[in-house]
Design a binder for this molecule. Structure first.
Ligand SMILES: [Fe+2]
Length: 158
């Protein structure tokens, strides 16, 4: 009898864990270098999620997880620089605000990286990090970054 009652908590958790960051063409901002970097970020991050969620032990996963942490740290910085250079080139009016959002995110990533290096096998921390990045990445690329796209398109029509 008890077995027929669906465990909702479990379902919610599973759905959340199954979440992926799938690149869609509508996310493109129309500047090739930026779109390529965004795609790369999505791809890398999906690989990371796959590793984190796999059934393997932490000992087996740790190298891949560490590689992603290092990659994210470096790539995110390089990507933000490119994106901000594009904003400057087009005199994007919200440059300062956008720059601040990037800076805050960078701090967040660095903070996680630091905690991770102190305690590499802290699965809870890794899950928290992956959840935060997943949400941030999707929201940022589909929200703030789209404003750049709209602005550039409008400018080019003028
Ligand atoms: Fe951005």
């Amino acid at each position: 009898m008890l077995e027929t009652i669906p465990d909702k908590r479990h379902q919610v958790k599973r759905n959340k864990e199954d979440k992926k960051v799938i690149w869609k063409d509508k996310y493109a901002i129309g500047v090739e270098v930026i779109d390529r970097q965004h795609k790369e970020l999505f791809e890398r991050f999906n690989k990371f999620l796959k590793v984190v969620r796999s059934e393997h032990s932490m000992e087996e996963k740790i190298d891949d997880i560490e590689e992603t942490f290092n990659f994210m740290g470096e790539y995110v910085i390089a990507h933000f620089q490119s994106e901000e250079a594009v904003q400057k080139k087009y005199n994007f009016p919200e440059y300062e605000r956008h720059h601040q959002i990037h800076e805050n995110f960078k701090k967040d990533v660095m903070e996680f990286k630091r905690k991770f290096e102190e305690d590499k096998y802290n699965e809870e921390l890794i899950m928290e990090f992956s959840g935060r990045i997943l949400t941030w990445l999707i929201n940022h690329v589909t929200g703030e970054d789209q404003k750049i796209s709209k602005y550039i398109n409008r400018k080019e029509e003028e």
